[in-house]
Design a protein around this ligand. Structure first.
Ligand code: UDP
Length: 362
């Protein structure tokens, strides 16, 4: 059985390994000159830099964690994000620590009590849910968080307001009624020591796997089964039109000093045109007398000009995706997966879980 996998990111690599471990032959190709897709990283001046923006592995799925742990050792990094709000650097997601930093004590205490009475401790509340609460203090809080954290950031990121995009998107960063300052609460979190590229290299290091880079898919290629992790519309030559995506432009700067900012990621929801700045040496505690940061500027995806990063979830795109999915169901031995193949805003762990399920079902 010869499997051809198109796309050498985390989805393609996971599938390749699972099939190879079953004794099947795999050829995995990518148009890029490197493996690892958008989790590709490289070393510069002793610092592991994520070429396509900051990536933090986190999951509650033990099966996924165990799978990936076969190919790396973990640096137990716990992600903390800060945001510049009203001139102060505060914890994001908005939590009880943020509340006490941005408001006078008496007001913060009143609001905290209301939050605890209405929701309880260590509970996550999406901002669009909080806005529905019929209480003067909670209304005030919801409006504050909506305007200061979500509105401008989401306009920059998606070109739309938070209530004009799928609620699951702003729901990724819910208000957290807790003193826990971390961005994620998952049981397993970390960064592979040596970086993601090295981890993917190990995933692909198998006698049954052949990797071909700088290699676009061509319909004359031979296979018994095809796995497509590129965008599904591309596979069908855009027959029904293009699925839209958001893209990003990263401006990388190397500074000749040790530290630039006080957290790995600082969000700028109210100021500037960038959404966030990532400082890479934090992730693996890399020691260097220099530091490397990236300024992140969201933009529309334009075919041939930039990369696909984020599928855009709405009714129109769901309908278009369904049309392509229907076409794919008529095909024997062709499978679609990954953020682009499934047109889903997967985190790394969800992409891996999807491939584990797919491989099991073959
Ligand atoms: N978001 C926001 N302000 C923030 C952080 C997030 O408005 O400070 C919203 C924004 O719409 C963003 C979404 O929440 O696209 C999801 O954020 P996340 O950090 O999960 O995005 P990713 O890291 O996947 O780009």
């Amino acid at each position: 059985m010869l499997n051809l996998i198109v796309g050498c990111g985390i989805s393609g690599a996971t599938l390749a390994r699972l099939l190879a471990d079953k004794g099947e032959k795999v050829v995995i190709i990518d148009t890029k000159e490197h493996i690892a897709g958008n989790i590709y990283d490289y070393y510069d001046d002793g610092i592991c830099v994520h070429k396509y923006g900051t990536h933090i592995f986190h999951t509650n799925n033990k099966q996924v964690w165990d799978f990936v742990s076969n190919f790396c050792q973990w640096y137990p990094y716990q992600h903390k994000v800060r945001g510049l709000i009203d001139g102060q650097i505060v914890p994001i997601p908005f939590n009880l620590n943020t509340l006490h930093t941005v408001f006078p004590e008496s007001l913060a205490n009143t609001i905290e009590q209301k939050l605890l009475d209405n929701f309880g401790l260590n509970v996550k509340v999406p901002i669009l849910e909080l806005r529905k609460k019929d209480d003067k203090d909670l209304q005030f809080l919801a409006q504050y968080i909506y305007e200061k954290i979500f509105l401008e950031y989401t306009l920059k990121q998606w070109g739309k307001k938070p209530d004009e995009i799928d609620p699951s998107v702003s729901g990724r960063v819910p208000v957290y009624i807790s003193r826990d300052d971390r961005y994620f609460q998952d049981k397993y979190q970390g960064i592979p020591i040596g970086g993601y590229t090295k981890m993917v290299e190990k995933i692909l290091d198998h006698l049954n796997i052949t990797v071909k880079l700088n290699t676009p898919f061509d319909k004359s290629m031979e296979y018994d089964r095809l796995f497509w992790t590129g965008s599904i519309d591309e596979f069908f030559d855009y027959k029904y039109g293009e699925l839209p995506y958001r893209s990003e432009r990263f401006e990388f700067i190397k500074y000749p000093f040790i530290k630039f900012q006080d957290a790995a990621v600082i969000n700028y929801p109210c100021n500037y045109d960038w959404t966030r700045i990532g400082e890479y040496k934090y992730f693996l505690n890399d020691q260097s007398d220099k530091t490397i940061v990236s300024y992140e500027y969201p933009e529309a995806f334009e075919n041939g000009k930039n990369e696909r990063y984020y599928p855009i979830a709405n009714e129109e795109t769901a309908e278009l995706y369904q049309k392509y999915l229907l076409l794919s169901q008529d095909m024997k031995n062709v499978y679609f997966c990954g953020r682009l193949g499934d047109y889903k805003y997967y985190d790394m762990d969800k992409a891996i879980a999807r491939c584990i399920d797919l491989a099991k079902g073959l």
